[in-house]
Each structure stands twice: as structure tokens, then as C-alpha cells.
Design a protein. Structure first.
Length: 331
């Protein structure tokens, strides 16, 4: 369930609306060191243009060659790469890896519209495809559910984009937002202070002048959401933490030294937060990279957000940091 796959669907829909024949290719099974996981998606146009990936590149080249030579499947079909060591080497599958794909024509974009609409509402959607009939149906997906294929039916999961809420519109927030955009996050910056929001000009982000606690309630943060409080102003940072720490957001962090983090924790105890909720706070925010400049600090912050999202232990932290146990946020 990769939000980049939603970009593949958007482009496939555009190509289809422009009158091009389009095929979708989905990884259904891998062995060995195949570089893309089951569920990874690629869209291919009739002239060989592609978006997305299913391997390191060589398999894509072969798929392009097939469609350009006139091989155009009319119903879902399975393609198998890497049966022998020679083929595995040829198609960039190291250590004798194997790769099975389902290639199918995109005949109707109605289901694509629905997937994009529902994931924009932060729903998880399962797309079910029958290889026998080519029929496509959409069902609610569940958090923790993974891609499945039983030989006749394929069930692929599409989830919402990862979302990052940044509190504060200073120089550090600009650097964090730019890096988050490169990492395919939906970025929302919130700062009600007039002297800050008038100068915010980061393309691709959404800006809000709401009070942070009101915005958190309006956004209805989910396990695909992260919150970083970067204002250095307790009146704003603490407001967002009071709501964010009670939400299902997979990451909540706040800028400040270990001393300031300890003081913040004591302030939070005065409100209706449990010890467990306060214990979810990451502070001082970011991994210990010896960062000094805003760009370096932004790297440390986004590195920690990615590590928590991926369920990786936070080994590169300063001693005494307030650091929850790292858990996998979502598949």
C-alpha cells in the first residue's frame, strides 16, 4: 500500500481519457532479491511510456518491448520472469530472484475515480480483480491487511498519502516541508501568527491560519498522519500536542532541548492527558546527526519520522530523549 501507486493511477486515468490504450502491471509474487514488493504497480501506455515500476528497470524494458511489438493482452494474464539464473541476471533480479506479474488492460476508469476519491478521504480501499473474467470490484480495506493473490483473484490495497502537519512557518518549517514533499507526504503548515503566514510560499503545501488545536480536530488525524511542532512557542506547540497526542497519528514530535522537553511534559500533565499519551511524544525532535543548520535539522526530523513509520529502532538519539517505542505505523 504505497501512496506512489495513487500517482500511477492518476496518470493511467489521464492517458485513458486522452484516448491511449493503457495496461496496468502489478507485482503478485517475488522470490529471492526481487527489488519491488507484491502490490507494486506500473502503468504502461500503448506507445511504451510508463509510470511506476515493478523492478530495477530491466523488466520494464522487456514490458515496453512487448507492447511495442504488438503484444497487447485483452484480459488479465500472468507474466513470469527469472525462472533461470541466466534470466534472473538478465532482468536485474540478483541472487536468482524471481518475479511474477499480472498485466491487465485498463478498460474503465470509473473504479480509478472511486479509489482516488476514497483515499483522498483517508480511507483504505481494496481492489479485487478476477483473472478469469477481468472484473474489478472495490471493497473496504483494513489497516494491517496486505496484498494477496490465490491464483485466480488478486486483492490490492490502496491507502491515503502520508500526511505531515507542521506547526510554525519559520525557516526550519520551510526546510522540513520541502523534504517531506520529496518523500511524497501531503504537507500542511499551520501558523496563526500574521507575521509568519504572510511570507509562506512553499509550492505544493497547504497553509492554515487556524489555531493548531482547532485544525487538528478538523483534520481528524489518522495513522497515516504525523505532527511536528516547530514554533518554539509553548502557547502554540502545547495546543497542538494536547490534541495530537490523543489522536491515532503515528508520529508526534516537538522542537526543544531535553530540558524544555521535560518542562513541556510537566505542563502536559496538568491537562487531560494520560501518562501513555504523554509518553507518545518524541523530544527533542529528530535523530542525533550533529545537525546545525535548518536543512540539517530538517534531515534529522524527517529521518526520525521515516524510521518511526517503517518501524525501525531509533538508535541515533541523544541520551535522555523522550522517545516512545517504535512500532510499525501501517503496512
Amino acid at each position: 500500500m504505497d501512496s506512489l501507486d495513487l500517482r500511477v493511477l492518476e496518470q493511467a486515468r489521464l492517458w485513458k481519457r486522452q484516448g491511449h490504450p493503457v495496461w496496468l502491471v502489478t507485482v503478485i509474487e517475488t522470490w529471492g532479491s526481487a527489488p519491488r514488493p507484491p502490490g507494486a504497480l506500473l502503468a504502461m501506455r500503448g506507445d511504451g511510456q510508463i509510470v511506476g515500476s515493478v523492478s530495477g528497470g530491466c523488466v520494464e524494458d522487456d514490458l515496453i518491448g512487448r507492447v511495442r511489438s504488438g503484444e497487447r493482452v485483452a484480459k488479465p494474464s500472468v507474466i513470469h520472469y527469472g525462472v533461470s539464473k541466466e534470466e534472473a541476471a538478465r532482468f536485474g533480479l540478483p541472487c536468482g530472484g524471481n518475479l511474477r506479474l499480472v498485466q491487465e488492460p485498463l478498460l474503465d476508469t470509473g473504479w480509478v475515480d472511486e479509489v482516488l476519491e476514497r483515499t483522498a478521504r483517508h480511507e483504505i480501499v481494496a481492489r479485487c480483480v478476477s483473472l478469469e473474467t477481468g472484473s474489478v470490484s472495490l471493497q473496504p480495506g483494513a489497516r494491517g491487511e496486505i496484498f494477496s493473490f490465490d491464483g485466480r483473484n488478486m486483492r490490492a490495497l490502496f491507502g491515503p498519502r502520508w500526511r505531515l502537519l507542521i506547526i510554525g512557518a519559520g525557516q526550519l518549517s520551510r526546510a522540513v516541508s520541502q523534504m517531506a514533499l520529496m518523500l511524497d507526504f501531503e504537507v500542511i503548515c499551520c501558523d496563526p501568527r500574521q507575521e509568519y503566514h504572510l511570507s509562506w510560499d512553499v509550492p505544493g503545501t497547504v497553509f492554515s491560519k487556524q489555531m493548531p488545536d482547532d485544525l487538528v480536530q478538523a483534520l481528524q488525524l489518522d495513522p497515516h498522519s504525523a505532527v511536528v511542532a516547530l514554533t518554539h512557542d509553548p502557547k502554540l506547540d502545547d495546543l497542538v500536542l494536547l490534541e495530537a497526542l490523543k489522536s491515532p497519528a503515528f508520529y508526534v514530535g516537538a522542537l526543544g532541548s531535553r530540558g524544555n522537553t521535560a518542562k513541556r511534559k510537566e505542563r502536559l500533565k496538568l491537562f487531560d492527558l494520560s501518562e501513555a499519551e504523554i509518553g507518545r511524544l518524541h523530544g527533542p525532535i529528530g535523530l542525533d546527526l550533529g545537525a546545525r543548520t535548518p536543512a540539517e535539522i530538517a534531515v534529522s526530523i524527517m529521518a526520525e519520522v521515516i524510521a518511526v513509520r517503517n518501524g525501525t529502532a531509533l538508535l541515533q538519539k541523544k541520551l535522555g530523549s523522550l522517545m516512545p517505542e517504535c512500532a510499525v505505523a501501517a503496512p
